[in-house]
Design a protein around this ligand. Structure first.
Ligand SMILES: C[S@@+](CC[C@H](N)C(=O)[O-])C[C@H]1O[C@@H](n2cnc3c(N)ncnc32)[C@H](O)[C@@H]1O
Ligand code: SF4
Length: 387
């Protein structure tokens, strides 16, 4: 019986990639071969079962294999982890299982085996359908491979989401709209469109520092953000989150909605983050050991992969709720961010600037507000009187 159980989502981090892209600052390393993958998959299963046993009964609403490149996993490894998750919790009848894939891993046999293992939604890293842009991004596939992968994914999985990156040097609204139009021909029901971010410690950061090329200026990036919304909304997609667009409410990412709605999720695999609310209503932030070999050792020695487990203060939890909630169309319930002590006058002033809106006890960022979200959250957090 899962009635009355509190919901939980599961994030599984797979850190290996065939090649590390020059813009990426996720917790990734070059693939380490079969033995390392087998050891890691087994450790993830054991970590998951151990954390679940300590947590107690929950209703499992989603599993998300993120990376890194989880499409490099053997389908049997993904299957064993899905099985362990289903055995550890009460699976919801609508359980959504997403796996991030690179176009290079799109053999139809592999996709069919992943689907048979229970993966219901593929998130394909297309990034662009322009070969020059893909070369600039250091991707190990061209547009033709991305098209083939999308076709194979549509045949194998009930749901297809694609990732795109925009605001590349030299890109203007016209060329970005053309790229988006090509991407829509792949037939996804969900599109995540990310503005290129120059992350600290990446090869792109070093190239920019040496003056090799310059990132798009903020005005152009804002124009491209608007072009994204316009093009996708004309094609029937709703921007239900800053970077995420779904063809229907059912096509939204159930897993990411857990993050944006302040739900609970267990994080397993190297460096995975988690958030758990305990029976007393306290919210805990967990992080797994980030280095893959050390993670495997830690699980073998202690039965648990976590390296930190911190209780969030009510203010920290409320700030996180505000930041996540304002990313979405539905916003955040004011009662949930009470600990920030936001005053009505501060919210009214931001509403007068057309950045915020209050409706039926919820605070929502307007389209303009979501485009300058970091500034908006900072202003709200600074004017609040935690208490
Ligand atoms: C962690 S990656 C995993 C997906 C898969 N490995 C791939 O590359 O296709 C998830 C997504 O984050 C996005 N991403 C990663 N680094 C980024 C950056 N610096 N700027 C914008 N988007 C980025 C890419 O669109 C990528 O598909
Ligand atoms: S973008 Fe994807 S493939 Fe590239 S390094 Fe990051 S996780 Fe790996």
């Amino acid at each position: 019986m899962s009635e009355g159980l509190r919901d939980i989502a599961l994030y599984v981090h797979w850190p290996f990639c065939a090649r590390v892209c020059p813009y990426c600052d996720f917790n990734v390393v070059r693939d380490r071969g079969r033995a390392a993958a087998e050891a890691l998959a087994a450790a993830i299963g054991a970590d998951l079962s151990g954390q679940a046993a300590r947590l107690g009964p929950r209703r499992l609403t989603s599993i998300f294999f993120g990376g890194g490149t989880p499409s490099l996993m053997e389908p049997e490894q993904a299957a064993a982890i899905i099985e362990a998750a289903r055995a550890s919790f009460a699976p919801s009848p609508a359980l959504e299982v997403t796996l991030e894939a690179n176009p290079t891993d799109a053999e139809s046999g592999r996709f069919a085996a992943l689907a048979a293992a229970g993966v219901s939604r593929l998130s394909l890293g297309v990034q662009s359908l322009d070969d020059e842009a893909l070369a600039f991004l250091g991707r190990n596939h061209d547009a033709a491979a991305a098209r083939r992968a999308a076709r194979a994914a549509r045949a194998a999985f009930p749901r297809l989401s694609i990732d795109l990156i925009y605001a590349l040097p030299g890109q203007d609204a016209r060329s970005w709209r053309a790229d988006l139009g090509d991407a829509l021909e792949l037939g996804p029901e969900h599109v995540s469109a990310y503005q290129l971010t120059i992350e600290a410690g990446t090869a792109f950061e070093r190239a920019v520092a040496r003056g090799r090329w310059s990132p798009s200026d903020p005005d152009l990036a804002a124009e491209l953000y608007e072009a994204t919304d316009e093009t996708l909304s004309a094609a029937g997609f709703e921007a239900y989150e800053v970077s995420n667009h779904a063809r229907s409410p059912a096509a939204r990412s159930a897993h990411n909605l857990t993050y944006w709605r302040g739900g609970d999720w267990l994080g397993v695999g190297p460096g995975a983050h988690g958030r758990i609310t305990d029976a007393a209503g306290e919210r805990w932030a967990t992080r797994a050991e980030p280095a893959h070999a050390a993670y495997v050792r830690r699980v073998a020695e202690t039965g648990c992969g976590l390296s930190t487990r911190d209780r969030l203060t009510p203010e920290e939890a409320a700030l996180e709720r505000l930041m996540m909630g304002l990313r979405t169309l539905e916003g955040v319930e004011v009662a949930e961010i009470q600990a920030l002590g936001l005053g009505a006058s501060q919210m009214e002033s931001l509403a007068d600037q057309g950045l915020l809106r209050m409706e039926a006890g919820r605070l929502m960022a307007s389209g303009r507000g979501r485009a300058v979200l970091d500034r908006l959250v900072l202003e709200l957090a600074q004017t609040g009187q935690p208490g």
